[in-house]
Design a protein around this ligand. Structure first.
Ligand SMILES: [Zn+2]
Ligand SMILES: [Zn+2]
Length: 350
């Protein structure tokens, strides 16, 4: 049952030519259904996807559009089918808010890979309503995409984990990061900083790859055991997770030679649509029997496990907190690569 009437409004893109100039705009939420949770938002992280979408880098967006998919708040209404969430609970939402719940992926706890998945913003619900993200007062999401936040985690720390954290946690655990494994992380930005924190927390020996001297220092503080591009890494690493989204510049062949037998290279960075991966030859893959793959966010099961690990190990992301009205500052800082390492916006509309 509703405890209060929420007003749905947020900082929206209205003119793609001025993509950081967001205007407070009211929007229509989806029709509330029995599997839905309605959330009054307190915090929202600022993800690279927000910037790509606002800049129209992934194609023309809906207008007006509110971005933001690292959302934490309080549940204000829960549908009759909702099992593990009560009104008043602290909960979060990541980059998806719905899927078909019927396909093999959905039934196999891979709902993040459902072909009919609904993105948290710039997507459409089955009722035709455009999805609007977390730089806003409130959101409604299917319970499978709503994550309880452990008491030990602060909301501002949990928020950026729900896309940035989960996007790297999932390929780390899926591909065996743990004690006795050597794991390389490419790119020390929002995603890469989480990858270092989680790879270390999972017990792996961690190699950070960055050319920035400032980031080399940070990488050590974040848990990296090694920070360089030394030649002697050839044939050593069990897993490399690449968070870089400037893929034409990625020295992919060099990284593949660093892999141990059957080692895996997994990319999670998503560049603009016209930026392709470098060309490869079969000779780049055969000598060490390596694999190349990708990974898309993570499932609820993985998210719950990630939040439990963060609570248990006291993992705190490096964040800069700003009021939501300063989204422009955060987006510009992210675009200029000045962020250390995630902006989190706090609610100022209610
Ligand atoms: Zn994201
Ligand atoms: Zn499905």
């Amino acid at each position: 049952m509703a405890t209060q009437e929420l007003e749905f409004k947020g900082y929206a893109l209205v003119d793609p030519k001025n993509f950081t100039d967001l205007k407070v705009t009211a929007f229509k939420p989806k029709t509330f259904q029995a599997d839905d949770v309605e959330i009054s938002i307190t915090h929202c992280g600022v993800c690279g996807s927000d910037l790509h979408t606002l800049k129209q880098g992934w194609g023309e967006s809906h207008l007006p559009l509110v971005v933001g998919h690292e959302i934490v708040g309080k549940a204000t209404r829960v549908g009759d089918n909702v099992k593990d969430i009560k009104v008043g609970d602290r909960v979060g939402v990541g980059a998806k808010i719905g899927s078909c719940m019927k396909c093999r992926q959905c039934k196999g706890e891979y709902e993040n890979y459902c072909a009919k998945g609904i993105s948290t913003y710039n997507s459409e619900y089955p009722d035709g309503v455009v999805t609007q993200g977390g730089y806003s007062t409130a959101i409604r999401a299917h319970q499978q995409f709503v994550f309880p936040i452990p008491d030990a985690l602060e909301s501002r720390h949990a928020a950026p984990m729900l896309c940035g954290g989960l996007t790297v946690y999932s390929p780390l655990v899926t591909n065996g990061a743990g004690p006795g494994k050597k794991v390389g992380i490419i790119g020390i930005g929002g995603l890469g900083h989480f990858a270092l924190l989680f790879a270390k927390a999972l017990g792996a020996e961690v190699y950070a790859f960055t050319h920035s001297p400032r980031k080399m220092e940070d990488a050590k503080k974040l848990g990296a055991d090694h920070v360089d591009f030394a030649k002697e890494h050839a044939g050593m690493l069990d897993l490399i997770v690449s968070t870089m989204d400037a893929t034409p510049q990625l020295p992919l062949k060099e990284f593949l030679t660093m892999l141990y037998v059957h080692g895996r290279f997994v990319t999670v960075g998503l560049p603009d649509a016209d930026e392709h991966l470098p060309t490869l030859h079969a000779f780049d893959l055969v000598p060490n029997g390596c694999f190349i793959g990708g990974s898309a966010i993570g499932s609820k099961k993985e998210c719950v496990a990630m939040l439990a690990l963060a609570a248990e190990k006291g993992i705190k992301p490096w964040i800069e907190e700003l009021p939501m009205k300063d989204a422009k500052k955060a987006l510009e800082g992210l675009g200029d690569n000045k962020v250390k390492y995630r902006y989190v916006l706090s609610q100022d509309l209610v």
